[in-house]
Design a protein around this ligand. Sequence first.
Ligand SMILES: [Fe+2]
Length: 182
Amino acid sequence: MSPSSSSSSLSVPAAAHTDALPTSSTDPGLALRRLLAEPDRWRPRLDHDLGPHAGAGPVRVLLEETADVELWLLRWAPGQGNGWHSHGDSHGAFVPVLGTLTEWVAGSTDPVRPPRIQGQRLVETGHVRTFGIPHVHHVINASPEPAVSLHAYGPALTEITRYAVVGDLLDVVEDRRLGVTR
Ligand SMILES: [Fe+2]
């Protein structure tokens, strides 16, 4: 089924703004583009109640998981963010399929120095945002409307590091080996 043939009101982007197509089976960008092109794999997991709900972070729905890649659907109420974090040895990619998300990024040219907040970008519906290692970011739905996004990590996440903001720098507050919960 093509994305445009669905009866749902949720529009699926016909074409994503992407870099060159990767080829590795563990590449989350490739996995995400395939997922995006096959809405039957994620559309049934949409919750039509996209209004505000309890909890500071987005609702996370695990779609598929192998050792090579894991795929998630996240639902974001207005104002919800997932906090500053990085992803261990996993590359990642995400794409809003409803609404827009704002990604704040931080980095450092010196690995012994703490990451410094560098700025933000708007990630619009259908724009596949890919990132490598290391990548420290904070994603937030800064819009007044709900948002839904698809996320891929390859290889599957085994570690998440979380940070607190100290001025324009980030301090590690948690370095967690993962089971399934993010
Ligand atoms: Fe992330």
